[in-house]
Design a protein around this ligand. Sequence first.
Ligand code: KG4
Ligand code: ZN
Length: 334
Amino acid sequence: MIILGIESSCDETSAAVFETDSGLLSNVVASQTIHEKFGGVVPELASRAHQATIVATVSQALEEAHIDRSQIDHIAVTQGPGLIGALLVGVSFARGLALQLGCSIRGINHVDAHLFASFLEEQHPAFPFLGLVVSGGHTQIMKVTAADRLFVLGKTRDDAAGEAFDKIGKMLGLAYPAGKRMDELAIDANPDFYHFPRSMLKQGLDFSFSGLKTAVLYYLQSQEESFVEQHKSDIIASVIAAITDVLVAKLDSAFLQTGIVDWVVAGGVSANSVLRTKLEEKAKQRGARLFIPRPAFCTDNAAMIAAYASLLPVAKYSHSLKPFASYASSQQGS
Ligand code: KG4
Ligand code: ZN
């Protein structure tokens, strides 16, 4: 079966072709740069950019896969969560194409799909596994017992981990999105330079990052500008230490509660080098297997949408497919 995956939930327009026997044939990602000067994603601009790019992105994905669109058997499109206008572009395009081709279509939950990016790699997890999604919009821990059985164990009560990176990066004068740059600046810097709070460390599996953001703001306001400039890398390393300590501790708590030894970590923040090192150490200590997709599959992409769809039952074409803005899935439970 040939599956066309389409992703347009935030600021990446992406299309991928996945063949159930041979795997991924193409994955094209068009990142929107227009938001950089605003320090964050501007929803209306994102929708317009998706609209301008989606036809060319899908065409390129088909071309790179050497597939004619008449060969598409199934379309998998990100249905939510995400920016509603941005999602509408992908969903409307997918519905139109499915109608024209007479093929089946399925809406895919973006956050759940992040975890199934791990199935694009040769070594992938077995069910049940624990999933930690850490992206710009979401931070949540899930127990996954089957492709269509995901149970949310904990999630952020305010900012997502990536959002904390981006907002703190902005305070330090870094361009959006700041996560990758902060990671680079922190190499060889001192993570113990300043002790920022580790919020809700011992309180269940939910997260909170807004307190850290405020703590960093107050800290920066209390220091001379020249001091901050001089110690920028050490401050960043200290922030990264606080964020990653919490992420690792929560995943470890989920392990202690469930005993599940296959761990999947995905989403843009899972590209962070400090997080990867700490997770590897923790997994080793617990005898767990850690699966982190390669960086290109950690950030938003349509390959994960198509790969996840290949594990789910094929739905019939539905005129009623509508995007949803916040995490809500028939697959989640308690
Ligand atoms: O998964 P993603 O591409 O998009 C969303 O679904 O949100 O994640 C983007 C987020 C941004 O907040 C970005 O700053 C963060 O991932 N990010 C990183 C790194 N690379 C990307 N954060 C920390 N360290 C990195 N190396
Ligand atoms: Zn994402």
